[in-house]
Design a protein around this ligand. Structure first.
Ligand code: UTP
Length: 302
């Protein structure tokens, strides 16, 4: 079966990026010349996923506006001979369809109930089919490698897995930020089954140095797992905890590793946001050379 649905959760509050995110979604913060979430959509479209559901929340309307047609702006740009500026966003032409649902804040809470809860909102949309999840605050930059999501989908289907996760090697000082997986022994280091996953472990508790990299493929079983997973930190239902429930249910969960020229940019906190912006600016086709010169000069002055 061809998997063509993707769920992009964008309903988080982004508190680690305050005050930048007080009234705008973190997913709309620019990295270079476009918002983070546009990179995510481009990655999905490039991998052939054309039905895209955003799980949105309060103060996230600008995401809907960003992916909507804007006839006034279009006609202004044509009148000023600048039509090319929005060509890359002509998703209609590529047959891409956007859907939106809202992550309802449960009674008794003031904040959304976690990224697992957000994925749970997609059950009607996926309508029984396997689907991809891509967090809206993380960019995957690929070199010349065959797309990460394509590799995830292939491994998922070839191995009849119920969940396949992209993972990336991280250094011990980053373990506390991610879910860290426990690979099963004796498997291919690039594509392997796991026997556990631990959310934000300490260095001594971490079962490996491989962290979840915000791209997943799921079968419907994830919804059962989500219903059977208790909330964790801050009362939020974490997707990682639901994956651990899947493993406890005896389901086959696998990982595909990012290749050397693939990098994950998680813009969830100020430090990683700054670093991501710098990396994209430095490698920008049009301005990268100028930025590299500028930075070299500035660094000599520090
Ligand atoms: P995070 O889990 O990193 O959290 O989001 P967050 O709540 O946005 O960030 P902080 O901790 O307040 O700074 C991973 C992805 O999941 C979405 C986010 O929008 C982000 O794209 N998310 C998170 C939801 O859709 N709903 C949630 O309840 C939480």
């Amino acid at each position: 079966m061809k998997i063509e649905k993707v769920v992009i959760p964008v309903a988080g509050l982004g508190t680690r990026l305050l005050p930048a995110t007080k009234s705008q979604p973190k997913e709309m913060l620019p990295i270079g010349n476009k918002p983070v979430v546009q990179y995510v959509v481009e990655e999905m479209v490039e991998q052939g996923l054309k039905k895209i559901l955003f799980v949105t929340g309060r103060d996230k309307r600008s995401i809907e506006d960003h992916f909507d047609r804007d006839p006034e702006l279009q006609s202004y740009l044509s009148a000023s001979n600048n039509t090319g500026l929005l060509d890359e966003m002509d998703y209609d032409k590529e047959g891409v369809r956007f859907f939106y649902t809202r992550q309802i804040i449960p009674e008794g809470r003031h904040t959304p109930a976690g990224n697992g809860d957000a994925v749970g909102m997609a059950e009607d949309f996926v309508a029984g089919e396997p689907f991809v999840v891509a967090f809206g605050d993380t960019i995957i930059k690929s070199g010349s490698h065959a797309g990460l999501v394509r590799r995830l989908l292939k491994s998922h289907q070839d191995n009849h897995a119920v969940c396949t996760i992209a993972v990336e090697e991280v250094s011990p000082d980053e373990f506390h930020r991610y879910g860290i997986v426990h690979p099963r022994e004796g498997e291919d280091p690039d594509d392997f089954a796991i026997e556990g996953i631990v959310e934000k472990p300490s260095v001594s508790e971490a079962p490996s140095n491989l962290a979840v990299a915000s791209r997943y493929v799921f079968n419907l079983d994830i919804f059962t797992a989500l219903r059977n997973t208790p909330p964790g930190y801050r009362g939020e239902l974490e997707l990682t905890s639901a994956i651990q429930t899947l493993i406890k249910m005896g389901e086959h969960v696998r990982c595909v590793r990012l290749q050397r020229e693939e990098s994950r940019y998680d813009i969830g906190n100020i430090e990683t946001y700054f670093k991501s912006f710098i990396d994209f600016a430095l490698s920008d086709q049009r301005y990268g050379y100028l930025i590299r010169q500028y930075l070299q000069k500035r660094l000599r002055e520090f």
